[in-house]
Design a protein around this ligand. Sequence first.
Ligand SMILES: [Zn+2]
Length: 488
Amino acid sequence: MAQRSFTIHQVADLLGASGQEVDSWISRGWLDCHQIGGEGPRRVSEVQLVKFLKAQGIDIQLLANAIAKTEAAPEPSPKPQPHQTQVATIEAPPEQPRESEQATDDEEVTTSEPPPPPPTTPAGQIIDALLADAAAAGASTIHLELRKDELSVRLRLGGQLQEKTGFRRRLPPGLPADVVSELQRIAAEGGFARCIDGVNYTCRLTSLPTVEGQLLTVELSPASIAGLDLLGLGDDDLRALRGIVNRGWGLAIVTGPPRSGCGELAAAIMHELGGPGKSCVAVLADAYCRPPGIACSSPCRGPAALAESLAVAAAGDHDAILTDIIDPAGAAAAMLAARRGAMVVARMTEPTVTDAIDRLREMGVDGWELSTLSAGVCTARTVRLLCTRCRRQSQSPDARELPAELARQGMEFGFFVPAGCKDCRNGGYSGRAMLAGVLVANGDTGRVFRQSRPGDVASLWVSATNLLKTGATSIEEILRVLRPHTTQ
Ligand SMILES: [Zn+2]
């Protein structure tokens, strides 16, 4: 095969950088390039790119994967994306803006399609590598210090801080700051959880500005198997969810966007359904991060394989099956498994209970059958709790400025806002809780499943109001979590 070469834009895309950054690497002599026939647009050959990556200590597998993707026809991606568990979500951060659109040498090569973005940016890869490294070493904490454009990394091992030498000089300019801002972005979404070598970890991140940059600590702790009562659910939500679990057969839908907490909720429901003498199995689009303690079929590549594996699982004598519904064939297979007497816990990515029911009907699931087979539909969101030591009482917010869904719940109670103290490391928040919107199927809910646009279903806003009434969290936190998605 002929040696491939890339435009500046393609290199930027491959590495998740901007065109300007690539330009600066070239002008500093870090990245070689050539011009076709000694003039014309600049090109970077594969060899030149690999040499640069090796010199910068970047995982060249990143490039290999991305290049392989440009050569093979991309697999059609299922829509919507399979819901990954909370612990499994490793998402590419948003693409960075290109800053040199007008540059003359940035025209795309007309003979080949521009490569798709790599699975994750270099910053994301470095974070993954750091976490894996720390977990393998048994470190409890990672300390990252950004000073100017240098990142130093130390691991806390058995009470002692150990510097990871050599790390400091190996990152290209701009990348240390990217790593720090990427970590802060993930942390702003309410902490994060990662599956590292098959073990689920929860990561708590704190960040302190320093004179010359930023000091970050990432605390790693192995996550335990949690039942419903350990998720921080309100009493009403817990009771409703137990109503779904106790039915013991049928279809239980857990729906919500990635990182909403729905992965944890589905895992907790499976945990409740399990126990001595029970057979639980998972048939997932991405089996790498199955909930702990549940046997899992091998990862299903693509919706067709998923539906097929689910049909096989349905024929087995299982008490509970965890799966993802991503297409009509999968929905039909899930319905079949439920009809055969198993409890099918199916994850979807629609933001609300109503949307999930609509989506199932769009996928050809019969409303009558759904109303008889369904045990219930639920969604969840993780919210941060106010630090009880420093939270401050505040005035009631102006109801006119609140979303109608919240104002409708009545706001006649005391409100609290975050402050910051030593206990919460000045963040104002400590601990997490889970909001749930739950529809338990019963004799009266049949029409909800059959109507084309069901109206009265339990809402996350009710759950949020219950939490606000106790002063456990703030309005701003509720809006941060619930506003991005339309909720009934
Ligand atoms: Zn505090």
